[in-house]
Design a protein around this ligand. Structure first.
Ligand code: ATP
Ligand code: MG
Length: 244
């Protein structure tokens, strides 16, 4: 798919691949990050350690393909929270490539762009939660995704890997998948949003900087009930008036 203004989309990507005598490993953590939480961060950190990744680039989705049915915070807010959460880790970086790309985001387009940008001695590792690994076989151009990147599936201890392996094998697509055991898998952005809506704390589920940002911007708070005074509707002393 032709992408608009490709040079500016890659302007915040890390320089990698300079030494032709070695192989570099670039992790990609795609997500809506509404908000980013410790599950994402632990999974990325574990992938860095277990697979010896040089860096992990977090790529907040612009307009996510799978979340067209709910209100998603603005790309700028989700990008800002991702920057705040990753700022203190020198191996974590954030890219605006999907935020700045118009239209719905597809992983295959992002991987194509990264593949075209980096030399061949840079390998791509696309990190997802294990549940998403099973979904990937249904994603747009799944077979191309398998050619472009190794997949990294973050599983919780005790997760039933056999069903993931079986679905991938049944797809007939030649994915290479590494599974990681990550301890923080029960945390989800949906749960964090629900907690804010109920007035509960998010402390220790995401970074303090992200907590402050959510509060400052009023993200995930339930919409305030709007009350319109009766006289503003023309009801006082005027029942029967045309109220619009
Ligand atoms: P939501 O609840 O809104 O779907 P989420 O917590 O799943 O949010 P996403 O932004 O949708 O977060 O996910 C980005 C990526 O991170 C996906 O690949 C997802 O599988 C993975 N992921 C989400 N939560 C965890 C977690 N606790 N541990 C490891 N990976 C996770
Ligand atoms: Mg999700």
């Amino acid at each position: 798919m032709p992408l608009s203004n490709e040079a500016s989309l890659v302007s915040d990507l890390p320089a990698l691949g300079q030494d032709p005598g070695r192989t570099y490993r670039l992790g990609i953590m795609g997500g809506t990050f509404d908000p980013i939480h410790n599950g994402h961060l632990v999974a990325a950190e574990q992938a860095c350690n277990d697979l010896d990744l040089d860096v992990v680039v977090f790529v907040p989705a612009g307009s996510p393909a799978f979340k067209q049915d709910r209100r998603v915070s603005s790309p700028e807010d989700r990008h800002a929270m991702t920057l705040l959460a990753t700022a203190d880790n020198p191996r974590f970086l954030v890219s605006r490539m999907e935020v700045d790309r118009p239209g719905v985001t597809y992983t295959v387009d992002t991987l194509e762009l990264l593949r075209a940008y980096y030399p061949d001695n840079v390998e791509l590792y696309f990190i997802t939660g294990a549940d998403a690994i099973i979904d990937i076989i249904t994603w747009r151009d799944a077979a191309r995704i398998a050619q472009l990147a190794h997949l990294v599936g973050a599983t919780r201890p005790g997760y039933d890997l056999e069903s993931a392996r079986a679905s991938i094998a049944a797809s007939g697509i030649d994915f290479t998948v590494s599974y990681l055991e990550v301890p923080a898998l029960a945390i989800s952005s949906s749960d964090l949003r629900a907690r804010v809506a109920r007035g509960q704390s998010l402390r220790y589920l995401t970074s303090d900087a992200v907590l402050g940002y959510i509060e400052k911007r009023g993200l995930y708070e339930p919409p305030r009930l709007s009350y319109t005074a009766p006289d503003a509707l023309g009801l006082i002393g005027g029942l029967g008036r045309d109220v619009r």
